[in-house]
Design a protein around this ligand. Structure first.
Ligand code: HMH
Length: 213
């Protein structure tokens, strides 16, 4: 039996995939021991990631080939714009990150890298290319969050960052995105593989960057 298209993509993205889901950040957040300064640096950068991610999700809404997919993607965009953005604002408050810092802190290289990768994927106006980057972002995050054993850390900033990426609705989103890429990706396998590979490399670098002052 041939493997699923998305399983083959993940396999081809090693060793970066495993280095990401087993990253120091993941081990620390599972234990509730991410230093507040690291968490603040990470979340300031990630809020900008989410901005570009939403733009890419919009491109996927526009390029999807079925009404069902458009509905599912649009509902997911609602979750990010609502629940997830509210988490960021509560976390910034708890960590003492003010608006000036959120605006003034320079982008780190992986943040810039993601912004341009997502803009490039959106500009193709190809649904599978947009999906390739979306699948990496959501599947890889589910895979690390799933590995965090109970009990959750007492600090809500760390606990909710885990549960935002491991809950029934999020699992459903990942299953949907993977199924869509399995269905539409093989027709553009070369371009899709390239986007997937580059996105996984950036995920690893994004975690690394949280530890660089
Ligand atoms: C860098 C990064 N990758 C994936 C996700 C999940 O959307 C995120 N919030 N940030």
């Amino acid at each position: 039996m041939s493997p699923r298209f998305t399983d083959a993509l993940r396999e081809a993205s090693e060793p970066d995939w495993t280095a990401s889901v087993e990253h120091r950040f993941v081990r620390e957040i599972a234990a509730g021991s991410v230093a507040p300064a690291v968490m603040a640096t990470y979340l300031v950068q990630d809020h900008r990631f989410v901005d570009s991610f939403l733009a890419l999700l919009g491109a996927a809404v526009a390029s999807a080939d079925t009404f069902e997919a458009r509905l599912r993607l649009a509902r997911f965009a609602g979750t990010i714009a609502g629940e997830e953005n509210t988490y960021f604002l509560r976390a910034f408050e708890a960590l003492g990150v003010d608006v000036e810092r959120r605006i003034d802190e320079p982008d780190k290289a992986p943040t810039t890298g993601f912004q341009s990768l997502m803009r490039e994927a959106a500009a193709t106006r190809s649904y599978p290319s947009a999906l390739a980057v979306l699948v990496v972002a959501e599947w890889l995050y589910l895979e690390w969050a799933r590995r965090c054993p109970e009990p959750l850390p007492p600090d809500f900033v760390q606990a909710e960052w885990i549960t935002l990426h491991d809950n029934p609705d999020f699992r459903d989103v990942v299953a949907f995105l993977r199924a869509e890429l399995d269905r539409t990706g093989p027709a553009e396998a070369e371009r899709v593989s390239d986007f997937f590979r580059r996105a996984v490399r950036l995920e690893r670098a994004f975690f690394d960057a949280a530890y660089e002052a």
